[in-house]
Write a protein that binds this ligand. Sequence first.
Ligand code: 4NP
Length: 161
Amino acid sequence: MGVALPSDRAAVLFVCLGNICRSPMAEGALRHLAGEAGIALRVDSAGTGDWHVGEPPDRRAQATARRHGVDISGLRGRQVTAADFRRFDHVVALDHANLGNLRALRPADGTARLSLLLDHVAGRAGQAVADPYYGGDAGFETTWAEVTAGAAGLLDLIRRG
Ligand code: 4NP
């Protein structure tokens, strides 16, 4: 009953290296799936690096998301902080390097559950979403498929409470 306040929503933060390819695609995919399912979520993304702070997603990431009906053009890069571990329920790393950096950043009072995105996909636990940045356009389609599968698994986990 009543209006759902932001704090009532499960909150998910996706983290990759640059915050211009994989994690904004994951953010767009989860927001899209949650919207279709009518589930209120708070979704964000960040990078472990600071090179692309304030920048929109890579144009190839934007184009791939757009082909799948999702607009991520309004997102802007930011760097992950220790406080994110208190502000989100799930902090989700895209690969093992990100996961290691997040473990090192996590404060003692951090409450977020830390996982790899593909831990939420049956048969793919422990696997990384490969960085498409230095590859061709086809890599971005693979990334989209993987982040969508991961987002769907996370949404199932959140629905089960
Ligand atoms: P992302 O990809 O981590 O998926 O956003 C990258 C984007 C930029 C860089 C590395 C990875 N970079 O080195 O600038």
